[in-house]
Ligand binder design. Structure first.
Ligand code: TMP
Ligand code: ASP
Length: 246
């Protein structure tokens, strides 16, 4: 709990996650600070990388704006400083929605399919946001049993996720980058569901379409190279593919 000096009577809450701090600053508003921390394997691996927070907040801002311009409602409101974004306050749905265009990561492990086998149509999976359980994969019946979302919401979450992921896939294709898979989170509001949280190389897999070079958190997860250099390259290529980006 944080009490701001200028309003000591207002007890403001802040939630610290593995890579971000969310401060509640009003009935409908939050400020999201991007830390330099990277974690993997449910926090077992943890390091700090100077510059990561600024890169992820910039990439997230550009991607939310790109999606908003294509009719995808998000919680994004604007930028406050180099590492802090303003967003609408939402009730986060405790599900991570993963969309996969190519096989990698846990899908490769679960199925034995070859790395980068195409998934057409894309695969949609739901994971339970529960660190103490290791974020397990859930099917629709588990979601119903746990009361995490209604059947209508599950279908809306899946449909909206695939639509948003396809927009991002085509954006990155224009930058010569394959979007392998990604994770979305959604928030409930009185006006319906909004895409929330972040969209960054922490939450997506990106590969150079020509060379296969890794441009995401797999650099850190599997010790495959310099995380900050990879995220910077991703941002530069994204900015080049988005001519209007300011
Ligand atoms: P996975 O192959 O490890 O299941 O990951 C699929 C995608 O979801 C990948 O782009 C990384 C992202 N992801 C997160 O953003 N947070 C998580 O906790 C996990 C496990 C994956
Ligand atoms: N973000 C998760 C963690 O910190 C898992 C991952 O992305 O690999 O453990």
């Amino acid at each position: 709990m944080i009490r701001p000096a200028e309003h000591p009577e207002v007890a403001m809450e802040a939630y610290e996650g593995k890579a971000k701090i969310v401060r509640i600053v009003g009935e409908d508003d939050v400020e999201i600070f991007y830390k330099d921390d990277a974690t993997a394997f449910n926090g077992q691996k943890h390091e700090q990388f100077a510059g990561k927070g600024a890169l992820n907040s910039r990439i997230t801002e550009l991607l939310f704006r790109y999606l908003e311009d294509r009719g995808v409602p998000t919680h994004h409101r604007g930028r406050l400083d180099e590492r802090t974004l303003a967003a609408r306050r939402v009730q986060i749905v405790p599900l991570e929605v993963v969309v996969r265009f190519l096989v990698a990561g846990s899908l490769q492990k679960r199925t034995g399919l070859d790395y980068l086998t195409p998934c057409d149509p894309p695969i949609v999976e739901f994971y339970y946001k529960r660190d103490d359980l290791g974020d397990p994969l859930l099917n629709d019946e588990h979601i119903r049993l746990l009361g995490l979302a209604t059947e209508a919401e599950v279908s809306e979450l899946g449909g909206r996720s695939v639509a948003a992921a396809r927009h991002l896939q085509s954006l990155f294709a224009g930058a010569g980058i394959d979007l392998v898979d990604l994770k979305f989170e959604f928030g409930r509001t009185p006006d319906g569901l909004l895409l929330a949280d972040e969209i960054s190389p922490d939450t997506c897999r990106f590969r150079d379409a020509e060379t296969g070079e890794i441009l995401d958190k797999d650099l850190f997860r599997f010790g495959k190279g310099d995380l900050v250099a990879g995220y910077r390259t991703l941002l530069e290529r994204l900015e080049a593919a988005l001519p209007g980006a300011v």
